[in-house]
Design a protein. Structure first.
Length: 114
């Protein structure tokens, strides 16, 4: 059996995190290595490894996560804009194999990223 990811351990409160939002389906917390003045990680509580592992049954839950991101951005008054990023697979920079979204704000972002 695989070890639980760090995100699962945060959901289960086995390790601490600075949680800024939580509901029945998702959790948002501060990134420990921020890449912007505002850098949150937003995760579904359901364990899904990456975008490649989504099924039609996950549509509602992942849609809920995206709506939660918009609510968090509004609550934080990120009126100047923000970026939402998800990486899919190790080659794209995904380090934790639990679907997650980075919510970044507070500095200018260039294009293309990465």
């Amino acid at each position: 059996m695989a070890e639980p990811t760090i995100f699962k351990r945060i959901i289960d409160r086995e390790i601490p995190a600075k949680i800024v939002y939580e509901d029945d389906l998702c959790l948002a917390f501060e990134d420990i290595h921020p890449a912007a003045p505002t850098h949150l990680i937003v995760i579904p509580k359901k364990e899904i490894a990456s975008l490649d592992d989504l099924t039609e049954a996950d549509e509602g839950g992942v849609g809920h996560v995206l709506v939660a991101i918009a609510k968090i951005a509004a609550a934080l008054q990120l009126d100047g804009g923000y970026r939402v990023v998800t990486n899919c697979g190790k080659a794209a920079g995904q380090e934790v194999m639990h679907l997650h979204f980075h919510l970044l704000a507070g500095r200018p972002f260039g294009w293309p990223p990465g």
